[in-house]
Write a new protein. Sequence first.
Lengths: 287, 155
Amino acid sequence: MVAPAFDYVAAGSYDEAVRLLAEGGDDAKILAGGQSLMPMLNLRLAHPDLLIDINSADQRPPSVADGLLRLPALTRHRVLLEHDLVGRHCPLLAGAIRHVGNVRVRNRGTIGGSLAHADPTSEIGACALVTGARVVARGPDGDRTLPASELFDTYWTTTLARGEVITDVLIPVARPRQGWSFQEMVRRTSDFAIVAVAAVVELDEGAEVITTARVALAGVADRVTLADPGVPAVVRGADADFDAAAAAIAGRLEPVTDVHASGEYRRRLARVLVARALREASARAAA
Amino acid sequence: MNRRQTILSVNGADHEVWVLPSDTLLDVLHDELGMADVRYGCGEGVCGTCTVLLDGEPVNGCLTLALQAAGHQVTTMRGLMGPGEALHPLQECFLRRGAAQCGFCTPGMVLASFDLVRRVGRPTREEIRYALVGNLCRCTGYTKILDAVEEYADQ
């Protein structure tokens, strides 16, 4: 199909994008990498009057300061896959990105665009949740920072105000004795996740006792979700029972049935993948 | 919406075109400039038939606006060919190995494989599979395509 007619303007900075967004009103939309928005336009699932292209708004590379990995919103997936700082300080993200799209999508797609798209099957969204990432959004009144756990509202909808643009993603750097895992089930590589699980496990100084375990899931609800905070307690201790923890998490989910999988199958996948993720993350933390 | 004048640099030549803001790079290359080696397959970035190189990196022509390509170098498969449309060595490998049947996916396959070998030198068979995940072929079953890319990488 052919996209509906829209106007196009390139913003040279985030400030200019915010101004154009305010002028453009309800029917203006930000264009970042375009790997989700452009398909929606081509399929006529979105009908903006104006696209505000921010690809020239920012040239900053990833950086690290004060225990935070700073990923500018326009950081391409390819950079997440290959950049030394990302591999060292958020190996989970570098590992998860392998499951995102294909080589062309990763060349153009951006972390800010992906988070703003708020796809409930988003690998990047699950990583943002489980790492405790924070998102910097610029609006007419300046910048504000919000945790990723407050960003996702429902299907393809964030809590950002209409005039706000994501400029940065801040991720606490990986610590010693912290392990990660990313598990995903798809029919074909690069498909949308049926279920994906991101896990981070941290061990105590003796590297024997799990002090924290966090899990985020994609594909099981109307948005990417953190597993119930009560659950990590189940996996505390040297003899952590990963299967019981996974069953408890999966038991609380109410995934929907759609053309790709039944809700029951998704719940089963969640149980299997959470157990695998906790096991692998714990093993990596101990290594 | 009004058409805008812009210059697209494709395979080393500048083309003055008048495009709608909503025209994709694929629309303009194929429909306006008559470049038959850039093809509409899915319009969603999944099939790879509209692959072009933008400043040397593979992108989806169907997910890039024509206006976004202004000021950048666009390369289609024909851009890899030598003088007088002499086949690129990778195309020779595709021919020799029978890696093209109907040929619809071939330009995208060639560009994606070209990019892979340029980046990593001698990819493993599994790396070739992974790099070509987004290039669908409904004829060959992929085996001969993998053979062709391996032969090219060995040269």
